[in-house]
Design a protein. Structure first.
Length: 267
């Protein structure tokens, strides 16, 4: 990826997914905070990749982040099928000890912005208990969008002023996709924050317990099935019809690439 944080990526249906592991992430976090260089991080899961097929703006937004980490085994599987394996899955839930344990060790300042009213507060209360020394310097809910689906400019200005006044080293933004990517992309130049990380509904997980996915679920790589069991009415379509369409598209893309290689070798 051609930006100030050079690293390898793999093209997953037009979305550049970072070939990153935990040591690289921790090194980038340290370099960003200590050097006061801005680092933006988002996550690619099968749902977002599929949405990006029909929304070039979303694809552009995702590819504009410095790191685009693999959120979900479906993305890891696609990279393997395309012949460029990723080192590991790198979802928010996999990285809690690093996203909050490292700041606790280094005395970095953290701001939680997003999710429903009260959720970030509950997450913050748990985090400071799990990671002694962690400095949560601010929380704010994420229910600001109007009927257009965007946050009004006046509210954006107020939110940016509040965040900057708290002087965080790391800002977590949980507004849902694509609003969180839009907010970061449009305002990163106004945010005096070295590290900005999108996180979807991650605060809801942190407000409940530290290891949101049971160990056996992670071992079997069936996090999607666990989430479907917990929220069937909201997620049934994502993890049945849309996941099936995603896997079908990945396989068709792989077959087309294979045929092109065969045709090129025959010339």
């Amino acid at each position: 990826m051609e930006n100030g944080w050079p690293h390898e990526t793999v093209d997953v249906l037009g979305v550049g997914v970072s070939r990153a592991d935990v040591p690289l992430l921790r090194r980038f976090l340290e370099d960003a905070v200590l050097g006061r260089r801005q680092l933006t991080i988002t996550f690619a899961n099968p749902n977002y990749v599929m949405a990006a097929q029909h929304d070039p703006r979303l694809r552009e937004l995702m590819n504009g982040f410095d790191l685009n980490l693999a959120d979900g085994w479906g993305v890891v599987l696609a990279a393997k099928i395309f012949g460029t394996p990723l080192p590991a899955r790198m979802a928010n839930d996999d990285l809690t000890d690093h996203l909050f344990g490292l700041p606790a060790e280094e005395r970095w300042r953290v701001f939680l912005f997003g999710n429903a009213p009260g959720v970030a507060d509950a997450a913050a209360a748990n985090l400071v208990g799990w990671y002694p020394g962690l400095q949560i310097v601010g929380t704010q809910h994420g229910h600001w969008a109007d009927e257009s689906g965007r946050i009004p400019a006046a509210d954006v200005d107020r939110l940016i002023a509040e965040i900057n006044e708290a002087k965080p080293d790391i800002l977590h933004v949980g507004l849902g996709t694509p609003l969180q990517q839009i907010f970061v992309t449009e305002n990163r130049g106004r945010l005096d924050v070295p590290v900005i990380i999108t996180c979807g509904a991650y605060f809801e997980h942190l407000a409940e317990r530290r290891e949101w996915y049971p160990a056996w679920v992670l071992r079997l790589r069936i996090g999607w099935l666990y989430r479907l069991h917990r929220e069937p009415r909201r997620l049934w379509r994502r993890y049945t019809i849309e996941l099936g369409a995603y896997l079908s598209l990945v396989l068709r893309h792989r077959l087309r690439r294979g045929r092109r290689r065969v045709d090129a070798g025959a010339r």
